[in-house]
Design a protein around this ligand. Structure first.
Ligand code: NAP
Ligand code: ZN
Length: 355
């Protein structure tokens, strides 16, 4: 086993702390990566605190990984020593089922091994994520990162980037369309940048009035303040009426329970609202929010390897990178607290060069 240092949650109620563990030796199809940077996604926090249930401890979170190739197996053709590489939300799948063949390995019918908090194909070895010194991954699940790109700003693209890029592409966002982004956090700020880069007119819906200036700098044309508490919602519905039936597509990135119906009313006839945030509690849905105007409420889960590579290449070409606050590993717990309060501009990225 390869001795690896990292940072783990040992239980849902204890802080992230230093943790040593073993990674598998490099197999014929594997790439070994020295991790340089890893983003902190809100999914890391949900899982480390076991908010979705079923978490496996100890847990080394992290699925926004960028690093440098330091070893390759005999059969590896796609990577050589010194290349920059990325690893996103999953590290294995069966490769043969309909979903894998359709390049949506995140929906593999046999097993998708998530980068952490998951089991490998043997059904018993836990996977450990990117808050660590190195990772060993089959070459088919490793992304190519351009040496010209700012690596710390690329790391968040491996989850926040692909999760917002995939639905924007799927629903054919183009110049002149009106796109709403709900929640200006890690995913939201990438949604704004990407939709604006595709020529859309972007409106941010945020509970944080202080983010207005940033929203415009990131590429939004409009900024609308949304209420957090139930009793403010009625008032808000009145002020929303001027926006009714204006939007082609709305991406909802919010990590906490909130009212969906007020956003569904803002869609044009046949418009689409995509849920990408995963609050731990269910939503209340009014049937008429969908029936009036035959609107569509759907979801989206990250993206397959092919589309993730396409997104990385697109972002490098268009110079669309994440706004990041780079931190030392000793500040992971502080970053969790600040992200949970919406106090992040707009992604914390852990510097792991010295691990
Ligand atoms: P984040 O950086 O914490 O951003 C979430 C944003 O939601 C906050 O910045 C805040 O924006 C807004 N918000 C927070 N609490 C709120 C509340 N009570 N009411 C209304 N708005 C609130 O999180 P993230 O990393 O972007 O992740 C967002 C969600 O997406 C998480 O649930 C995560 O698990 C999920 N996710 C899903 C996928 C997928 O494939 N579907 C992939 C990655 C992550 P404002 O301050 O602007 O209101
Ligand atoms: Zn994520």
């Amino acid at each position: 086993m390869l001795k690896t240092t990292g940072y783990a949650a040992k239980s849902p109620t204890t802080p992230i702390e230093p943790f040593s563990f073993g990674r598998r030796e490099v197999g014929p199809g594997d790439v070994r990566i020295k991790i340089l940077y890893c983003g902190i996604c809100h999914s890391d926090i949900h899982q480390a605190k076991d908010e979705w249930g079923g978490s496996i401890f100890p847990m080394v979170p992290g699925h926004e990984i960028v690093g440098q190739v330091i070893d390759v197996g005999k059969k590896v053709k796609r990577f050589k020593l010194g290349d920059f590489a990325g690893v996103g939300c999953f590290v294995d799948s069966c490769g043969k089922c309909k979903s894998c063949k359709a390049n949506v390995e995140q929906f593999c019918e046999k097993h998708t091994t998530l980068t952490y908090n998951s089991l490998e194909s043997d059904g018993k070895t836990p996977s450990y994520g990117g808050y660590s010194s190195q990772i060993v991954v089959n070459q088919n699940y490793v992304l190519k990162v351009s040496k010209k790109a700012p690596l710390e700003r690329v790391a968040p693209l491996l989850c926040a980037g692909i999760t917002t890029y995939a639905p924007l592409k799927r629903y054919g966002v183009k110049k002149g369309q009106k796109i709403g982004v709900v929640g200006l956090g890690g995913l939201g700020h990438m949604g704004v940048k990407l939709a604006a880069s595709m020529g859309a007119e972007v409106t941010v819906f945020s509970t944080s009035p202080a983010k207005e200036k940033d929203a415009k700098r990131l590429g939004a044309k409009n900024f609308v303040i949304t209420p957090k508490s139930e009793n403010q919602i009625k008032k808000q519905n009145d002020s929303f009426s001027s926006l009714a039936e204006k939007f082609d597509l709305i991406l909802d990135t919010v990590a906490a329970p909130h009212d969906l119906n007020m956003f569904l009313r803002l869609l044009k006839r046949d418009g689409t609202m995509v849920l990408i945030g995963v609050p731990p509690k269910p939503y209340m849905l009014e049937a008429y929010s969908l029936i009036g105007g035959q609107k569509r409420l759907t979801g989206s889960l990250i993206g397959g390897i092919k589309e993730t590579q396409e997104m990385l290449d697109y972002c490098t070409r268009k110079k669309v990178f994440s706004d990041v606050e780079v931190i030392d590993p000793t500040r992971i717990n502080e970053a969790y607290e600040r992200t949970s309060k919406g106090d992040v501009k707009y992604r914390f990225v852990i510097d792991l060069k010295n691990e």
